[in-house]
Design a protein around this ligand. Structure first.
Ligand SMILES: [Cu+2]
Length: 178
């Protein structure tokens, strides 16, 4: 039947059967519920951070990160001499993803708000904050910015949750909250 055209050309002018109308109404109500839930959950739900996105280039982003590192490094750690950066509260702070590290390590103050910038200078990585459940895609060419206010002190790890090659599992960054 479906393979042949309907006998009546203006088939959509036929009256709708009650059962069909009933299902259309259910679908419409559900669509409206979901439409309202999306902004509601965005504001009141415990979901991942909402972010701003800007165009950038690996060169531009590296420069900004390096400027922060040069200005605010307080110590270095691990065999890689990873700088640990302590920027003033409220500042723009940067983390850069590359094969295979998160650069630099950050030290933050509990209860203070920062603008965290994330970008990659080679290819796609995934920012995953452990043990919290915060995940952000990190893509070259895009600078993602999100407002963060750490509410727990301690040592947090950033792992890469987007497979990025042979050293993927060694890509571990650090965020200290004091
Ligand atoms: Cu990665």
């Amino acid at each position: 039947m479906a393979l042949t055209p309907p006998a009546e050309r203006l088939w959509w002018k036929e009256p709708i059967e009650a059962v069909e109308l009933f299902w259309v109404a259910i679908a419409l109500v559900w669509a409206i519920v979901m439409f309202i839930m999306m902004p509601y959950w965005h504001v009141y739900g415990k979901q991942n951070l909402s972010s701003e996105a800007y165009r950038t280039t690996p060169e531009m982003y590296t420069q900004k990160v390096q400027a922060m590192v040069d200005k605010y490094t307080i110590r270095t750690e691990t065999a890689r001499n990873m700088p640990v950066v302590r920027a003033p509260a409220g500042a723009d702070i940067y983390m850069l993803a590359r094969l295979w590290e998160w650069y630099p390590a950050l030290e933050l103050e509990k209860g203070q708000t920062y603008r965290l910038h994330l970008s990659s200078v080679d290819w796609q990585h995934g920012f995953s904050l452990q043990p919290e459940n915060i995940n952000v895609q990190v893509i070259p060419g895009y600078e993602m910015v999100m407002k963060i206010t750490p509410n727990k002190s301690g040592e947090f790890s950033v792992i890469c949750n987007e497979y990025c090659g042979i050293g993927h599992h060694t890509m571990i960054g650090k965020i200290y909250v004091k």
